[in-house]
Write a protein that binds this ligand. Structure first.
Ligand SMILES: [Zn+2]
Length: 158
C-alpha cells in the first residue's frame, strides 16, 4: 500500500517498503524524493485543517462523475504544498534535490504508473494527476514558496 494521510488520527503512514519500491521499480532515489512523499502527505494534513478535503468530499458526493477529477486537484495541491515547504527550507536543500523531487513526482504520475503496469493511460481513471501535472504543481510550489499559488481549484470557481 502506498503512503497515506489518515484524517481521523491526523497521522501520516508510510510503509518503508514503498521507498525501496520507489528506488528499485520507479527509479526515484535520493533523500529529497522521500521527503517529497512525506511533505505531500503533510499537504493533505493542511487540506484537512483548512477544510479543503471536506469541501472536496462534499463536491464528490454531489457529483460522482467528477470524483476522480476532483481527487486529482486535491492531490496536485498537496504536491504544490510539498513544493512550498521545500522552498521555505531552501537553505537545507542540496544540489540535485529539486531534480530528485521532480523526478519522484514524475515517476508516480498516474499515466506513468499505468504504463508501467502495462495498461494504456486513461485520463478518466487518474486520481493523482499525470506525471506532467505532478511535476508542474510541485515546481509551482518550489518556485513560488507561497501556498496561495497552489489553487488547483481556481478554474472551478469561475
Ligand atoms: Zn496524496
Amino acid at each position: 500500500m502506498g503512503p497515506f494521510y489518515c484524517p481521523s488520527d491526523e497521522g501520516i503512514y508510510i510503509d518503508t517498503d514503498f521507498y525501496k519500491q520507489m528506488e528499485t521499480e520507479l527509479g526515484a532515489s535520493g533523500q529529497f524524493a522521500r521527503l517529497y512523499v512525506i511533505a505531500h502527505e503533510y499537504g493533505h494534513h493542511i487540506q484537512n485543517e483548512l477544510g479543503t478535503s471536506k469541501q472536496v468530499r462534499a463536491l464528490q458526493e454531489r457529483n460522482p462523475r467528477s470524483a476522480n477529477q476532483l481527487s486529482v486537484r486535491l492531490e496536485l495541491q498537496a504536491d504544490c504544498y510539498a513544493g512550498v515547504w521545500a522552498a521555505r527550507n531552501g537553505d537545507k536543500l542540496e544540489p540535485g534535490d529539486m531534480e530528485s523531487g521532480l523526478n519522484a513526482a514524475k515517476s508516480i504520475g498516474d499515466d506513468t504508473l499505468m504504463r508501467n503496469a502495462g495498461r494504456r493511460p486513461t485520463e478518466d481513471a487518474f486520481t493523482h494527476g499525470s506525471s506532467a501535472q505532478r511535476m508542474q504543481w510541485l515546481k509551482k510550489g518550489l518556485e513560488s514558496g507561497n501556498e496561495d499559488s497552489c489553487d488547483t481549484f481556481a478554474d472551478l470557481k469561475r
